[in-house]
Design a binder for this molecule. Structure first.
Ligand SMILES: Cc1cc2nc3c(=O)[nH]c(=O)nc-3n(C[C@H](O)[C@H](O)[C@H](O)COP(=O)(O)OP(=O)(O)OC[C@H]3O[C@@H](n4cnc5c(N)ncnc54)[C@H](O)[C@@H]3O)c2cc1C
Length: 476
């Protein structure tokens, strides 16, 4: 390996920055095809052991000099590349920086910090309406939760109002004892402690947590009750006051709203460490605030002196070969913004599966380019598919599951059994364009195929969702 031959500077043919799922997948894949390359920030030696042609450098990238084809790391060394893949992920978009009472959850460290704070909390506020917020409100026990969302309905990143209503009833119900079995492979965070100690002063975070991130975290506050949630819709945070600031302001905060089966556990007289004023003018005090309002791609270390095209969401724009606008530089995962003309039933979402697919495909493109070969777009970008779990229900999202970008000439078909399943299909010109499947519907494979093959389903009408018809037989 070149890194060993010429320390402290290395000249890997391929350099991958980032030890998250995108970076690791990219590194693994490219190393199978080609001979030499480097990875930054991979926490343990797993990759090196499996792929002796990978050299891991545990130091954050401080600067990128694209004209010279080299990166500078926090430990003062420089690494020359022939092709570079940036997989530095994203960081939580906090509602305010530098406030000790505002927590973001991104990696194992921040999730553990959140858990620690929660054990001392009587009331917290959760701001945001994405996947992390949804999972948190369902999992937290023994602590009052005020959940502020800017939309009309919960989880609008993933659901329409109907699905939100289906899920809300589950949120209000008492928590069941048994959980559904996990269908996904679990990841492990072993080796993280060591990495943290040895990490340079780059101030970088660890990799983002993936599916099942809260398993193993005890999300319990100080009190003995299951769930106490109050949802404030259509509002955002206007101002955050620390205790003394609030006292001086002479403003009044609201008690935790009571409903028929919820006796408040906190009194009207509580003095809180922090207060949140919402745009609806309501003010609530709490022990701390969780800011779960999305992520911002980690592009800063790479920008200075390099002419990257940056997307509206702050990611590095990549074309259909995961190539950025700067020569020989690729990007994959949360850091990038997919800027190719996508398939009609795919869209980018900053998710674990997409980060992995992008890492894998970027490696293929880098290797092919190095060998002067061409590559076809990977089929994983043909259809958007995401499987997750919300409120202990299996949730499958396919294609344009929320009719994203379809205009007004689409139709929805619904099937719902309260407390059991919610099935929504998005149709356009007789073709299935997307679906939301909540519960054990067993429809995902058939629907995936129907969306992919764009078969004309006009003649089937409502039969498509008739529970008495076995669709698999129908379309075999
Ligand atoms: C709490 C939480 C729950 C989630 N739940 C789900 C879920 O249920 N399902 C799902 O599909 N997705 C989920 N996601 C999203 C998913 O985790 C991310 O989309 C995915 O992990 C992104 O992978 P990545 O490799 O692009 O970035 P990351 O995992 O963020 O990895 C980035 C890597 O780059 C390194 N790095 C950063 N800056 C530098 C630098 N300057 N120099 C060198 N290295 C650097 C970091 O240390 C890290 O190793 C969740 C995210 C969070 C935060």
């Amino acid at each position: 390996m070149m890194a060993a031959a010429r320390p402290p500077s290395t000249a890997g043919k391929f350099v991958v920055v980032g030890g998250g799922i995108a970076g690791v997948t990219c590194a693994e894949q490219v190393s199978k095809v080609l001979e030499e390359f480097d990875v930054e920030e991979q926490p343990n030696t797993m990759l090196e052991n499996r792929f002796p042609n990978i050299k891991i450098i545990e130091s954050g990238v401080k600067q990128l000099k694209s004209k010279e084809h080299c990166i500078l790391t926090g430990d003062g060394s420089q690494h020359v590349y022939k092709k570079l893949c940036l997989c530095a992920g994203a960081k939580p978009k906090l509602i305010c920086e530098g406030n000790p009472y505002v927590l973001g959850i991104r990696d194992t460290d921040s999730a553990q910090e959140f858990q620690k704070q929660l054990t001392k909390a009587k009331r917290i506020m959760i701001i945001g309406n994405g996947g992390i917020a949804l999972e948190l409100v369902y999992e937290i026990e023994g602590c009052e939760v005020i959940w502020a969302i800017k939309d009309k309905a919960i989880g609008n990143t993933f659901f329409d109002a109907g699905a939100a209503e289906f899920l809300t009833s589950k949120l209000i119900a008492e928590k069941p004892e048994a959980k559904i079995a996990h269908k996904r492979t679990r990841y492990t965070t072993e080796g993280r402690k060591k990495e943290r100690q040895t990490k340079g002063s780059a101030g970088n975070m660890g990799s983002a947590l993936g599916p099942d991130w809260h398993e193993g975290l005890n999300l319990k506050g100080t009190k003995e009750f299951s769930r106490k949630i109050h949802i404030e819709t259509m509002c955002e945070v206007k101002k955050i006051y620390l205790q003394e600031e609030f006292r001086i302001s002479r403003k009044k905060s609201l008690p935790f709203p009571r409903d028929h089966h919820n006796q408040p556990v906190t009194t009207d007289k509580e003095v809180w460490p922090v207060y949140v004023e919402l745009t609806s003018e309501k003010i609530y005090g709490c022990d701390f605030i969780v800011s779960a309002t999305g992520v911002t791609p980690n592009i800063e270390p790479f920008l200075c002196g390099n002419n990257f095209d940056v997307g509206e969401d702050g990611g590095l724009k990549v074309d259909d070969h995961m190539h950025t606008s700067v020569s020989d530089i690729y990007a994959a995962g949360d850091i990038c913004t997919a800027s190719w003309q996508p398939s009609p039933v795919w869209q980018q979402m900053r998710l674990w599966t997409q980060a992995r697919q992008m890492g894998w495909y970027a490696a293929k493109c880098m290797a092919a380019a190095a060998l002067g070969q061409s590559t076809d777009m990977d089929f994983s970008f043909e259809l958007f598919a995401h499987v997750t779990k919300f409120f202990n229900y299996k949730v499958v999202l396919l294609g344009k599951y929320n009719a994203q970008g379809l205009g007004s000439d689409h139709e929805l078909m619904l099937r719902c059994t309260k407390g059991q399943e919610y099935v929504k299909v998005v149709m356009q010109n007789g073709r299935m364009m997307g679906a939301v499947l909540i519960g054990e519907t067993d429809l995902e494979e058939t629907f995936e195929n129907l969306i992919l093959n764009q078969m004309d389903l006009s003649s089937y009408g409502e039969d498509l969702l008739d529970p008495n018809i076995d669709l698999e037989d129908y379309f075999d």
